[in-house]
Design a protein around this ligand. Sequence first.
Ligand SMILES: Cc1cc2nc3c(=O)[nH]c(=O)nc-3n(C[C@H](O)[C@H](O)[C@H](O)COP(=O)(O)OP(=O)(O)OC[C@H]3O[C@@H](n4cnc5c(N)ncnc54)[C@H](O)[C@@H]3O)c2cc1C
Length: 345
Amino acid sequence: MENILVLTHVDESGNALPKIALETLAAGRDAAAALGCNLTVGIIGANVEAAAGQVAGCGVRILALAGPEFAQPRYSSDAAAAEALCLAANASIILAPATSRFARALPGVAHRVGGQIDTHISGVTANAEVSASRWFYRQRMEAVLQRVHRPWFLLLESGVHAPWQGTAGSPPIENIQVNLPQTRTIVTGVCAPKSDQQTIRPDAKLLFVAGAGWTKKQRDGQIHAADAEQLISGFLRESGASLGSSKSLVEQSGENQAVLKFMTHLNQVGQTGSTPRHPMGLSTCCHGEEPHVVGWRFIHERRAINLDPNCGWARGKADILYVADAFQVMKCLNALIADKTLQAV
Ligand SMILES: Cc1cc2nc3c(=O)[nH]c(=O)nc-3n(C[C@H](O)[C@H](O)[C@H](O)COP(=O)(O)OP(=O)(O)OC[C@H]3O[C@@H](n4cnc5c(N)ncnc54)[C@H](O)[C@@H]3O)c2cc1C
């Protein structure tokens, strides 16, 4: 019989589980229920009580590896902790969230315990057997995988399962001990942009895509890149949307054309860019050509603003196309949001 371990770590605040961990837990619960097998949760962090309390309503065995040395991501301590939890749970299937922390540490852990690992998992199903799905060839082909080898590690992507929700409490926690190897890496701090400067926000409800039209000559024959920057950054700040881009726009910086300073290649959506998963998307000043729109395959509700009624979005690629000037629409939208915020104050 399988023994499923949902392995996770606390988030950067140090006292909660990341949303992706709750999604992984929900996937683990479904699989354990379908197979009628044991489910254990393993948590790594400096203090794990609050995080364990979040999953109390699950009613499953909780193992923890806690201590100040597990506060920060570091391969040697994370791998040692994860290995100890896998062994303590005697796990045959380990489901873990694909956080950068685990993406780095768990392949090594799989090797240490003689297991095998599959990453970028976009779904787990269990009937008589456990199957995992993942996309290949830039999200064009979906494969369904099964393995006979155990332990089998699966790193689940975010947004592929609804997060587990349940009552919090103070569940019993079994603390596991591990002898850490001598560490050469000391984490002295984290340098990261402020969260409001971070434009890629995988958990945002809305994907806002900017296309090259924002930096092209407008009706008055002039380029208005500074206005575009102000409108877009204002909207992102107030709405919390994630920023995507067309390839043409991100490539302009290398071609000495007008650019939006906060845009990088990481924002590019499409065939040679990313395939984000947000419930809604709003495309602006972007033509909606096929190599771009293939990156929208997981966006449920799609809207676009374009001056051209014959743009790609009009050909069945958007649910709603607003044939309008995006400069004017975003100006009105920002004013409406500001008005609403003022009313709320
Ligand atoms: C092999 C290959 C891979 C590719 N991969 C990708 C990829 O991953 N991602 C990607 O994005 N592209 C990709 N492309 C490029 C893609 O085919 C398009 O060239 C690109 O998406 C066009 O970008 P755009 O729509 O922003 O720019 P443009 O085609 O220049 O369109 C600008 C649009 O802005 C509109 N506009 C201008 N001003 C306004 C205004 N004031 N209000 C409203 N609308 C306005 C115009 O009507 C126009 O439709 C790839 C191409 C190839 C050949």
